[in-house]
Design a protein around this ligand. Structure first.
Ligand code: 9GP
Length: 836
């Protein structure tokens, strides 16, 4: 047990320059940081120097809260949520910290007085893109809400040196560029080398009998890697709580093998070092596509082991016994990526801390909760048994033992059911053998949840049905949510001021209060202002589009936006078929009445996902033709915006009139972009999928454009032998759309380019675009008609914003706290060090 040294007498003096909030103090502190940290004076400073100086000025103002929080949690031995996630898509920190500290206006003024533009400095921040999409961004929203609700929490993940790639578009194709987010340094993090830990890989195990006569196992690893924690403060909104995001970076245990170096083996010496560092080098850029690469398993084991060892350190530092682990920590597994934690905690408790199996298993199963985020079979993680056993020889032994005991329980509950046993087994033995990570997570957790009501039901009926039969009491739902601080207050300051001018600012923390603006939905003055704001934001985005792409778009046209990862199930190509349908209508009848629309797309494709990349090329190719055809001028524009990320998302959501949420029913677990759009007053066109179902319930069916087959209808259609070609043959309009693509019209006459897309749609169409086509087109026609009545549209738009209270991540976190984590708020009192 670590004993802490007696602190030196006397207290820390905190200077006002590091805490003060007056404009003068802020300016002085900023210039001071520019000089002493960046080593520049204004005449020499770059925009980045200014950004860094400002970031340090703000960080200083977080530190007191951060340290007070840590101190309080330590002194009260507070029960703590540990959110284990391979991804945290945080987005830029500066703006969010200004909002949460409540000093946005002061800083804005201080910068203006210094002749600087805060917006430019905000744009300067390289965002930490340590996630692929929804799952990683959800983790970030949850950290914001945990802090805002004053819940003791730690986010644990990986400090990838390279996050999600930057996307360029060249000749219409996606090109991936390395993301170098750390190149200018990261002012928000603090390294904690004292808390570094070691992680083992490979080698073999040896059993022995210890001095008490107990059977024990010793793991003799092939390699050991050091995990170094980097901490980032996560401040809640207008509270003193600042929790920690702790990301692990991999290093060699001995930074250099001098033996090898001296004997002339330079390569060998450097190799071991860089080999270890590779573990946290790069984020796997696949979204919902599992890739069985050993480095990925090394990453998972790395951050999980580091984090669990860190929790044990915290427990011991607070003089709590290991028996108290599940009382002290509630550990949430964000998808199966951290599921190895079940076996690793067992190993740590038994092998490193001498506990017996039953006790260790009791502690383990009371500790974990598991969130499932997908029903797509290709996303379910399973590791080839051989690869797994070679890398984690001790864990496979533990998993076999968990499995043996678990299958005995299954036999008792379901005798004579070998099919069930083989489906539930942690080892897939149907062909080549695999370790099934979802099964491990289910057996080792006390709660299992999906991320929207529909999804949680489907989880029980499909992917985890056997586990539901086995443990129905473990299953629950927590519908996702998003933080209104980043996605309304920071992203949409104009709408925020309008709402606040009417109902005060309580809604920012209690989003249900937005309902109070419903009363203004029929007020012409309010509607006018609401619409004017939307127009102004659209104008800003139009300017941005012009400067980025040279395409001129009309801000009074309907902004029809689909931004998200590119995936066939999300059906960006269905949206594209609609564009071609409108284009064909205009070509057939140049005076056709068409509501002018601007179609905006954004999103990255996994680098190895050919069809998704072809869809990007397809959209760009349609844009090329449509945008320069004089027949459609003023009516249709198509723009693919490159490099969709959090920073850009914040610009896009407030500018949308229409939000495209058009996945095949039963495929999108929840979606969270759908919530961000709607909060900002966009109307949704969507299927009954994921959280769309609940959004529609909340905003009212009359304020939502619904189309498409339901989950049951999709299943029935597939079961009946779906033939997409029948739709093509029986629907003239659809045929013309498909034929236009196949003719090479959008590919400079090349009939081969989009052939894979066309063939896939006509002969396979796994995601039922053709079955949903007519319903989608008809629904889009209703959208067009509705948009012609601006006043009514604005009313619907206001009602969407007003009724989105449920989708605040604060509500989601409250649900987790009450139903799964059983954890209470611990308010933080701000100690005034300056007085001591
Ligand atoms: O695809 C889901 C998305 O629907 C959901 O909103 C998000 C957060 O729960 O998770 C996504 N799943 C993954 O990224 C991988 O399982």
């Amino acid at each position: 047990m670590q004993t802490l040294p007696t602190p030196p007498s006397g207290s820390v003096q905190i200077e006002d320059d590091r805490t003060g909030l007056s404009i003068e103090t802020l300016k002085r502190a900023f210039l001071d940081n520019l000089f002493y940290i960046q080593g520049k004076f204004p005449a020499l400073a770059s925009k980045n120097d200014y950004y860094m100086a400002l970031a340090y000025t703000v960080r200083d103002r977080l530190l007191r809260r951060w340290l007070n929080t840590a101190e309080t949690y330590t002194n009260t031995q507070a029960r703590t949520v540990c959110y284990l996630s391979a991804e945290f898509l945080m987005g830029p920190h500066l703006g969010n910290n200004l909002i949460n500290l409540g000093i946005y206006d002061q800083i804005n003024q201080a910068m203006t007085e210094l002749g600087l533009d805060l917006n430019e400095l905000l744009q300067q921040e390289e965002e930490p893109g340590l996630g692929n999409g929804g799952l990683g961004r959800l983790a970030a929203c949850y950290l914001d809400s945990l802090a805002t609700l004053e819940i003791p929490a730690l986010g644990y993940g990986i400090r990838y040196e390279f996050g999600i790639f930057d996307q360029e578009i060249r000749d219409g194709w996606q090109v991936e560029i390395t993301d170098k987010w750390l190149r200018y340094g990261n002012p928000w993090e603090i390294a904690r080398p004292d808390w570094a830990v070691e992680v083992k890989y490979g080698g073999h195990t040896e059993s022995f009998i210890d001095e008490h006569g107990n059977y024990r196992v010793r793991w003799v690893p092939f390699k050991v890697v050091k995990g170094l924690p980097y901490d980032t403060p996560i401040l809640g909104y207008k509270v003193n709580t600042a929790n920690t995001l702790r990301l692990w970076s991999a290093e060699a245990t001995e930074s250099f093998d001098f033996g090898a170096f001296n004997s002339g083996d330079y390569f060998g010496a450097v190799h071991q070092k860089s080999n270890s560092e590779n573990i946290s080098k790069v984020l796997y850029p696949n979204d919902e596509q599992y890739q069985g690469k050993v480095l990925r398993l090394e990453q998972q084991m790395f951050f999980v082991s580091c984090s669990l060892q860190d929790m044990i350190r915290i427990l011991q530092m607070q003089n709590m016994s290991l028996e108290k682990f599940p009382e002290k920590f509630s550990v949430q597994l964000n998808d199966t990526h951290p599921a190895i934690a079940v076996a690793e905690l067992m190993r740590l408790l038994m092998d490193e801390h001498g506990m017996q199996w039953d006790n260790a298993w009791n502690i383990t199963t009371r500790t974990f909760g598991y969130t499932n985020h997908t029903l797509l079979p290709e996303a379910l993680e399973r590791w080839p048994l051989k690869l797994f056993s070679e890398l984690l020889p001790r864990h496979i032994e533990i998993i076999y033992e968990i499995n043996r005991r678990f299958l005995d329980d299954v036999r008792i509950k379901f005798p004579d059911d070998p099919g069930r046993l083989s489906r539930l087994s942690l080892i897939d033995e149907s062909g080549e053998k695999y370790v099934r990570m979802a099964n491990l997570a289910c057996v080792g957790s006390s709660a299992i949840n999906g991320v929207a009501a529909l999804h949680s039901e489907l989880v029980k009926q499909t992917v985890l049905k056997d586990f539901y039969d086995m443990y129905p009491e473990k299953f629950t739902n927590v519908t996702n949510g998003v933080t209104p601080r980043r996605f309304v207050v920071l992203s949409n300051p104009r709408m925020t001021s309008l709402i606040t001018s009417k109902i005060g600012d309580n809604w920012i923390k209690h989003l249900d209060e937005l309902r109070r603006i419903e009363q203004f939905a029929d007020d012409p003055g309010f509607r006018y202002e609401f619409r004017q704001i939307k127009q102004a934001i659209k104008q800003d985005l139009a300017n941005h589009i012009k400067s980025e792409t040279d395409v001129e778009v009309d801000p009074s046209s309907l902004f029809d936006i689909q931004v998200k990862r590119i995936h066939e199930y999300k059906r960006q190509h269905l949206n594209a078929l609609h564009i071609i349908h409108l284009y064909n209508r205009i070509k057939a009848n140049p005076s056709a009445e068409i509501t002018p629309r601007t179609f905006l797309f954004g999103g990255k494709a996994a680098p190895g996902y050919y069809m998704a990349k072809l869809i990007i090329k397809f959209i760009n190719s349609i844009g090329e033709v449509v945008n320069r055809d004089p027949d459609v001028a003023g009516r249709l524009k198509v723009v693919f915006l490159k490099d969709y990320n959090v920073k850009f998302a914040q610009r896009v959501y407030p500018a949308a009139d229409l939000s495209e949420q058009i996945s095949t029913a039963g495929k999108e677990a929840s979606g969270t972009g759908n919530m961000k759009f709607s909060m900002n007053g966009a109307l949704t066109i969507g299927t009954l999928d994921g959280a769309n179902v609940e959004i529609r319930e909340e905003v009212g069916a009359e304020n939502f454009f619904l189309f498409g087959l339901t989950t049951e209808e999709v299943a029935a259609k597939k079961a009946a032998g779906y033939r997409p070609i029948d739709y093509y043959e029986s629907n003239n309009d659809l045929r013309q759309v498909i034929d236009r693509i196949a003719s090479g019209f959008f590919s400079h006459g090349d009939t081969g380019l989009f052939r894979p897309l066309v063939d896939n749609l006509l002969h396979k169409d796994e995601y039922l675009l053709l079955a949903d086509y007519q319903s989608y087109i008809d629904c889009q026609e209703q959208v067009s008609q509705a948009y012609r009545n601006w006043d009514h549209w604005t009313r619907m738009s206001i009602l969407n914003t007003a009724r989105m209270g449920k989708f605040s991540s604060d509500r989601s976190i409250r649900d987790y706290c009450q139903n799964i984590w059983k954890v209470q708020p611990v308010p933080i009192e701000l100690k005034d060090y300056t007085q001591s």
